[in-house]
Design a protein around this ligand. Sequence first.
Ligand code: TRP
Length: 341
Amino acid sequence: MENINNSDTSSNKKIILSGIQSTGELNIGHYFGAIKNWVKLQDDYINYLFVADMHAITVRQDPAALRRRSLEVAATYIACGINPEICTLFIQSHVPAHTQLAWVMNCYAMFGELSRMTQFKEKSEQHSDNINAGLFTYPALQAADILLYNANLVPVGLDQKQHLELARDIAVRFNSVYGDVFTIPEPYISKEKSAKINSLQEPIKKMSKSDSNINASVLLLDKTDDIIKKFRRAVTDSETEVRFAEGKDGINNLMTIYSCATGRAYDEIEREFSGKGYGDFKLAVGEAVVSVLEPIQKKFNGLMSDRAGLEKILKDGAEKAAHRANKTLAKVYKKIGFLQI
Ligand code: TRP
C-alpha cells in the first residue's frame, strides 16, 4: 500500500482512523474511552485522526462556538498525548474529499439501511424540530471518512459500531460492482474496561457531551474544585461497601474511572477501600482524576496560546490527509464513470 506518512516510509503498518465530533466539550469518557487508546496505538499504526466538524452541523451549532470547539478538540488530542509528527491530525471540513466521496456514498447507502440507524432514531427524537437530511445521511459521510484513507481499523465506542458496519457494507457493495477499490475496515473496540465511562448522575447512561445536567460529566477542562464537587455528588447506592457488583452501577462506574486514572485493578481498589465509606472513595476518585487532567490542561493552555503553531499543525495535517484522500477519490470517480479530461 502506498504510504505518505513521513514517519513511516518502509513498513507495512496498518492504518487507523478515528474522529470525534466538535459538538460539545470533551469529557473524561472521551479521554479514557477513546483518545488515551489512540495515544497507546499511535506508534504501531499509521494514524489519521480528525475533528468531525461536518458531522456536527447535523444539529444546529452556534458558528463562533463551533469554530472555537473545533480548534479546542484538536488541541485536546495533542494535549492528551497525540503526537502530530506521527499522526495526521486534521479538521474534516479542511479536506474537501470527505464531502465529495460522501455524495457517492449516499448513492450506495440504502434508504432502509439508514432508517435503521439507532443514532438517527435517537437524534430525531431529541431534535424533532430539525430532522434534516444530513442527520439521516450522517453515516454516509462517516463511511466516506473511513474509506478515503483505506483504514484497516477504526477505534470507536459501542455506540458507533452500527455506523462502522454500514461503512463496511457499503465498501463491500461498491467493491462487488467495481473491483477492489476500498479496504474493508474493522472496528477496534478496546478490550479494556476503560472503554465506557458512564454519567455520574445516571450511571446506566453513557457520559455524554449533550447531557444537560452539568454534574453528569467531568469535562477535560473542568477546574479542580468542580471535579471534586462533581464526584462528591455522584450517584451511588444505599450500601456502604466499595465493590464491583451487579446493580451497583454508580460505584461500578466510579471504580472504572478510578481504575482508568490509577491503573489499579478492581480487586486492588476493593482492598484499598475496605472498611472506608463512599465519601473517602469519591474524594480519592476525584483526586486521581485531577492528577490525570492537570498536566493535560497545562499542555492544552500552552497550545491554545500559540494559535499560529496550532494552525500550522492543522494545515500540514489537512495537506497530508488530502493527498491520501484525493487518490482514493480519483480512483472512485474513474470507476463510477465520471468523465476524466
Ligand atoms: N460519528 C462519530 C461520533 O459521533 C464521529 C465520527 C465521524 C467518526 N466520522 C468518523 C468516528 C469516522 C470514527 C470514524 O463520535
